[in-house]
Each structure stands twice: as structure tokens, then as C-alpha cells.
Ligand binder design. Structure first.
Ligand code: ISC
Length: 355
């Protein structure tokens, strides 16, 4: 299908307030859309139907789903737009910074008291949009970050969400699976080689260990790569690839997702304490930020689930951008604040002409 026609159809779907999802896999130019025929909110607890799942951070047993069986499925090749990604200046008032620094400090104190090894602290930031255009949003988002999984999701009951995430929760193909430990961040520069300090290397090891541990129950073979540098927009991350074979009969997609979510890259370790700390202290609702989402095929035998990072929610001409970072014993509160400012640029640069 022609790309402009695809955009027109998706825009009409949004105008009619009907559910939709549009997405592209990393390094791929194909744009896929599911346009749900009714405005129902489908719920899924066993990930064994074809469609697109969308789960919040505080995922319990079931979540939102757009089923292929109730949707029109469209595909097109992306016509890329020339995008000049320049840093957007943000006015942050001192009180926002103060609150974030205090919370990071509280997390560090809990880590020092050995209540946790790592806690991920996040914050939202709202940007009024002077001239929002859905078409511009789609073309800029999908053109700007070809190495990320890009998506726009809309449901009248969840609102409009979009993002370009660097983190895979799990990719499954029959018996084999891939996942990653993503932790450690620094701004992108042209300087080579990229050097990582002990804080990032320790954090990366912590995340890798936690993921491999939680996979023990559902996997029979695990292969863990060395950590390597991964570019995501204007940032570098440290990433370890984990691949393996699933235990026959024991590992459904639902079980693997439940074993991995929330990853220590978005919550912390031990997960129970970290999650409770986040829910009690962050002071806002993450909703779908740091949840997971993705397309499910062949009734769950093939799927790619992603972690909802570098994302925003757009509502009433306001974009709410969500950003966070992993706090460990080596964290400096001020540096953590700056890291959230850098991460904000990923979505801000998409929005630039609409601000
Ligand atoms: C929580 C976020 O990033 C996570 C993913 C990669 C690296 C991270 C870090 O270095 O802190 C975070 O754990 C976010 O982008 O909002």
C-alpha cells in the first residue's frame, strides 16, 4: 500500500476514535498497522492470539490487546523524511530538579542500607503542543530512529502513546529466544573508543545476573555475550545479549514475559522492594511507561515484546514525556538528573516543530 494512503487511513481511524497500532521493527522499513473495527477494549491474559499487546508497568495478570481477528491489517514501506535532529532547549524549574534529586538521594540511602542493589527512578515532564500534527508525528518518529522499535498506539481508554525503544523484553521464535540486559548510559559523541566506568559496568553486571536468574525456570540453555556499546538516538547504552532455548512445554510467552517483567533496567533489584519503592515514592503514575508491548504472531509461537522506554503520551495538546535512570551505590544525584534530561531529547526532537 502507498505510504501516504496508509497515513490517511490511520489518521481517519484516530479521528473516529477507534483503536489502532502502527509499528516498525528495528532496522526495518516496513510499517505495519492494525486498525481495530470496533472501540471495544480487548483484554488478554494468555498471549496466544495474533495481535498487539500493550501492558502497563504495574502489570498483574491481563492487559490491553488489539486482536488481528477484529482488525484491518495494512502494510507499507516507510517514505523517510529528512530530519535534522537538533537538541531542544528545556526550561525546567528548580523545584522539579529538587524533587528528583531528593528522590534519587532517598533511593541511594536505601541502597546503602542494603534494602536494594538498584532502584530505577523516573519522572514525567509535560510539554504543551502548539501545532500538533499526527502525520508529522508519525513520519518524524519513524524516520528519526531506524535502529529502534517505533510504535504509535491509540485506544480511547488508554490515550495516544508512542515511542522509539532500544530495549527488547523478549523475542521468541518457537523454542529459541533472545533478550538483553540494557543498563549504563552516556551521551553520544564521535569519540572512539567509548569508555565505560565502574558504575556502569557494575550496573550492567547486576542487570545481567538478575535476568539470567529469572530465566532459570523457563530455559534449558543460556548464552550470554560480553557487554557492548549500543547507540540509541543521542545516547550510548551498555548492552549484553542473552539467547537460549526454552524448556519444552514449560515456557509459554506469557510465562516468559511474567518472569522478565519488570526488568531491572526499569524497576531494580530485588524487584519486589524496588517496585514497592517506586509505587510509594515516585509520586505519579507511570501507566504504560516501562510496561511492555509488541506484536504476537502464530498464536504466541513468534513474538517480539519490547520495554516501553523513550516514550510519551499525547493528550489534549500536551505531550507527557517519561524518563528515568537506574540508581546504584555509585550514583551521583546531579548526574542522574542530567541523564534524564538527555533521555528526554529522544522524544523532544520528534516533537520539535510542534512545540
Ligand atoms: C529507564 C530508562 O532507561 C533505562 C534503560 C537503559 C538504561 C538505563 C540507565 O542507564 O539508567 C535505564 O535503566 C529510561 O530511558 O527512561
Amino acid at each position: 500500500m502507498d505510504f501516504h494512503l496508509l497515513i490517511k487511513k490511520i489518521s481517519k481511524q484516530l479521528k473516529d476514535e477507534l483503536p489502532l497500532v502502527v509499528y516498525s521493527f528495528p532496522q526495518q522499513n516496513t510499517v505495519t498497522a492494525l486498525l481495530q473495527k470496533t472501540n471495544e477494549l480487548f483484554d488478554i491474559s494468555e498471549f496466544n492470539a495474533n495481535g498487539f499487546v500493550f501492558a502497563p508497568f504495574d502489570y498483574k495478570n491481563s492487559t490491553c490487546f488489539i486482536p488481528e481477528s477484529n482488525s484491518e491489517k495494512l502494510q507499507s514501506e516507510l517514505i523517510e523524511s529528512e530530519i535534522n535532529l537538533a537538541s531542544v532547549k528545556v526550561n525546567e524549574d528548580n523545584s522539579e530538579e529538587k524533587i528528583h534529586l531528593q528522590l534519587v538521594q532517598k533511593a541511594i540511602e536505601n541502597i546503602k542500607r542494603r534494602n536494594a542493589n538498584k532502584i530505577v527512578i523516573s519522572r514525567p515532564k509535560d510539554f504543551p503542543l502548539r501545532n500538533f500534527s499526527f502525520e508529522l508525528l508519525l513520519t518524524r518518529l519513524f524516520s528519526a530512529y531506524p535502529t529502534a522499535f517505533r510504535y504509535i498506539w491509540y485506544h480511547p481508554q488508554t490515550g495516544l502513546w508512542c515511542g522509539a525503544t532500544p530495549e527488547t523484553l523478549v523475542q521468541v521464535e518457537n523454542d529459541s529466544f533472545k533478550t538483553m540486559a540494557l543498563a549504563g548510559t552516556q551521551p553520544f559523541t564521535n569519540r572512539k573508543p567509548v569508555i565505560w566506568g565502574p558504575k556502569e559496568l557494575d550496573e550492567q553486571q547486576l542487570v545481567t545476573d538478575a535476568i539470567t536468574n529469572s530465566l532459570q525456570r523457563v530455559t534449558s540453555v543460556l548464552k550470554v555475550s560480553n557487554p557492548h556499546t549500543h547507540r540509541a538516538g543521542s545516547m550510548y547504552h551498555l548492552r549484553t545479549d542473552i539467547t537460549g532455548i526454552l524448556k519444552r512445554g514449560k515456557a509459554t510467552l506469557t510465562k516468559i514475559a511474567a518472569a522478565l517483567h519488570p526488568t531491572p533496567a526499569v524497576c531494580g533489584t530485588p524487584p519486589k522492594f524496588a517496585k514497592e519503592f517506586i509505587l510509594q515514592n515516585e509520586g505519579y503514575n507511570r501507566e504504560f511507561y516501562t510496561g511492555f508491548f509488541g506484536p504476537i504472531q502464530e498464536n504466541g509461537a513468534t513474538a517480539m515484546l519490547l520495554v516501553n522506554l523513550r516514550c510519551m503520551k499525547i493528550e489534549n495538546n500536551t505531550a507527557r514525556i517519561f524518563v528515568g535512570g537506574g540508581i546504584t551505590i555509585g550514583s551521583q544525584a546531579k548526574e542522574e538528573w542530567e541523564e534524564t534530561q538527555n533521555k528526554m531529547q529522544t522524544m523532544l526532537q520528534v516533537l520539535a516543530p510542534m512545540l
